[in-house]
Design a protein. Structure first.
Length: 135
């Protein structure tokens, strides 16, 4: 019986650590350049992101998480390939507030974000992608 309970604890420990998202992650996509109408795509797993033009291929990579006594760190990387060009952006979210999960004071927490133009040759009219996370 102890072998099964050890195996079960090991399975749940690895499953929780591998798939836990303590922050909310999303990708903002603007088709006509930064600051225009935005489409929000929630990131629920490491998967490919498809676009209508089929020129760009994007995927989520390098998910990692670290939990310490009063500090939670979580990071993800968005990789997009357009022909021969590869664009990469990484975002790290951090939380060092012990009682944040309760949020009794209804505090607003800042968003961590980073983005890039999919086709920089188009200038300001280039589609823009932004990876962001928040608590």
């Amino acid at each position: 019986m102890s072998k099964w309970s050890l195996l079960l604890m090991l399975f749940f420990g690895v499953a929780t650590e591998s798939f836990a998202d303590y922050f909310k992650w999303e990708i903002l996509y603007t088709d006509k350049g930064y600051g225009t109408e935005t489409l929000t795509v929630p990131v629920t797993s490491m998967r490919k992101i498809k676009f209508a033009d089929k020129k760009n291929e994007c995927r989520m990579e390098s998910f990692w998480m670290r939990i310490e006594a009063d500090l939670l760190l979580e990071g993800k990387t968005l990789v997009c390939v357009n022909g021969d060009e590869k664009r990469v952006v990484s975002v790290v979210c951090r939380d060092n507030h012990r009682n944040r999960k309760y949020n009794m004071l209804k505090e607003l927490y800042p968003i961590a974000k980073n983005g890039f133009r999919l086709n920089p040759k188009m200038g300001a009219d280039s589609p823009y992608l932004e990876l962001r996370c928040y608590f």
